[in-house]
Design a protein. Structure first.
Ligand SMILES: Nc1ncnc2c1ncn2[C@@H]1O[C@H](COP(=O)(O)OP(=O)(O)OP(=O)(O)O)[C@@H](O)[C@H]1O
Length: 306
């Protein structure tokens, strides 16, 4: 299927994503989507600006090529520009690719122009506090975390000399080191939590707000089904100490977390979380700010193509 001038297509690729060679991706675009314009992100956050630009320039189909972070940035730009009518296609080329997990990816990029592949997709929004103290909002398509996982993510992104050396040696080694260092001092945190307006005080290790069941490259909290349309999955880890959390993480890595007594799940439309000491908020793989954070779901507000 070929693009035409009434159905203009732009591909937004992230050269910093994943492990695929950039020239392989560019060759595929040139062969399989020859009419498409091709833009590259040049810095973190550039995907948002390019997603917005694509809507303003009147592209009907925007193809995000990269990891979940790239998809998320492009979706944010598209939605910020009021591009709900734009088709947002995704070609997984990152390291985690959790949005597309379980879905059958196209073999030929030209198939992304086939409108029978369009899916009305719910989008989550999260409001949080930026490091400069102002409030901000992001859309999310995959998942958000607050607690142990977001603290590990924050430690991993810190530009310390140790991190720099470890990341240069091996990315997974750096991730494991961040996890061990965080876990070694971890204590459950007291939070004020509101699920669908129902307030409670809880001691938790982690709160995940999921649009898709997978996180961190195919890990799950024991369920591989997404929440029903119009809902988010709020998954709390609570009722266990440091050793219990370490045991649960091991179960999660083994894919054997289903039914674990520390996992508490609820399908909800809204979540609010606050803690005495602000906790980092991770959105689609990126630390965006701190609690207090409010999450909600916007049903069928984006057309996605995978
Ligand atoms: N030119 C660039 N240089 C450095 N970073 C970039 C550039 N363009 C985009 N980024 C950043 O790269 C980050 C990672 O991208 P992405 O999440 O798509 O890849 P990944 O980490 O390999 O995949 P996944 O999220 O599936 O693990 C994003 O946060 C984005 O802001």
């Amino acid at each position: 299927m070929a693009a035409d001038e009434n159905d203009p297509v732009v591909c937004i690729t992230n050269p910093a994503s994943g492990v695929q060679r950039r020239d392989t991706i560019m060759r595929r675009i040139a062969t399989e989507l020859p009419e498409a314009r091709c833009w590259s992100t040049r810095y973190p956050g550039h995907g948002i600006a390019l997603g917005r630009q694509a809507v303003e320039d009147g592209y009907a189909t925007v193809v995000a090529i990269g990891g979940d972070g790239t998809l998320s940035e492009v979706a944010n730009g598209v939605l910020e520009a009021g591009g709900e009518k734009v088709r947002l296609a995704y070609v997984p080329a990152g390291t985690c690719n959790d949005f597309a997990r379980g879905l059958r990816p196209v073999t030929d990029l030209g198939d992304l122009l086939d409108r029978t592949r369009d899916r009305e997709t719910d989008v989550g929004t999260v409001t949080f506090t930026r490091p400069d103290g102002t409030r901000d909002q992001r859309y999310f398509l995959v998942s958000c975390t607050v607690g142990l996982i977001s603290v590990i993510g924050q430690r991993f992104t810190e530009k310390t000399p140790v991190n720099r050396v470890l990341k240069r040696l091996n990315l997974q080694l750096a991730e494991t080191a961040s996890s061990i260092r965080t876990l070694a001092r971890w204590r459950p945190v007291a939070v004020r939590l509101e699920l669908d307006g129902e307030p409670s005080h809880q001691s938790i290790s982690n709160l995940a707000v999921l649009k898709v069941p997978y996180f961190a490259g195919g890990l799950t909290f024991g369920r591989t089904q997404p929440p029903p349309a119009g809902y988010l999955d709020a998954v709390r880890v609570s009722g266990v100490g440091r050793l219990g959390v370490a045991g649960l993480m091991w179960q999660v890595f083994r894919g054997a977390a289903a039914g674990h007594p520390a996992i508490h799940r609820q399908e909800v439309r809204t979540v609010c979380v606050d803690a005495d000491s602000p906790l980092p908020v991770e959105v689609d793989g990126e630390i965006v700010g701190y609690t207090p954070a409010e999450f909600s779901i916007h049903p069928s507000c984006l057309t996605t193509v995978v």
